[in-house]
Design a binder for this molecule. Sequence first.
Ligand code: COA
Length: 264
Amino acid sequence: MSYQNILHEISERTLLITINRPDKLNALNTVTISELNHVLESNMHNDDIQVVVITGSGQKAFVAGADISEFADFSGEQGRMLSKNGHQLLFNYVENYPKPVIAAVNGFALGGGFELALSCHIRVASDNAKMGFPEVTLGVIPGYGGTQRLAQLAGRGKAFELILTADMIKAEEALQLGLLNAVVPQSELMNKVNEIAEKIKSKSPAAIRHAIVAINANYTDGVDGYATEIDEFGKCFEHQDFKEGTKAFLEKRKPSFKGTAQQS
Ligand code: COA
């Protein structure tokens, strides 16, 4: 299927999604959010995919935010719906996706772009990338999970500072704050992302899926992370990947996993 605002391709068990509105610095409008949801949903159970990579088109921006032109006239209720739909269709969806999602941050990651990167499981940035939450300059606050996820990753103090001042930070500073997993020259960005993806692809897809559920449980209201870990740990034992992983260890060979996202 072809989309208006995104490109997608599958290669070597990686689904690469490129947000493709370079003339608008890949700003997220509602069509783009729906298309991202659609491509993720339709590939959720695709066993040919083990890792998802999200990046932006061009060399300037990952995503420069939600599309300001789309919501400038919104009422309070429309604002609430915009935020709620975004959480549901994209940001929470990515965070809870059963396959690892890596953000390849190739330039500006502002507002909703920073929030999209923060929703991903792993973030790699090019050294020209800049990120931040300019929202208070527009008279609004981050509405796609930024107030929560920035504090989770960098601490409440830094979240207050970055959101209240609207300061943009460079990739190196974001790395020091624990907001990024790696920073590389732009020409090396996809190599670094692929290097991480290759490591993940050699592991058990089933175990990785259970790990995502367990890690996220700590950040979900009303959910006991330790109880979730016990449950997800137990589920691993029922999966053929576990039999293969332990057998391979005992036989002193590399495991050959057949695990799929659908199996428990
Ligand atoms: N929403 C809608 N359009 C956006 C956008 C956004 N978030 N960010 C950039 N664009 C558009 C610009 O309007 C411009 O379109 P035009 O050529 O039709 O006028 C185009 O993308 C290029 O942006 P421009 O501002 O000319 O590039 P720049 O290099 O001078 O500045 C930024 C780059 C990222 C600093 C600047 O675009 C910016 O501040 N963007 C808004 C960031 C923001 O507030 N995001 C949070 C939204 S809640």
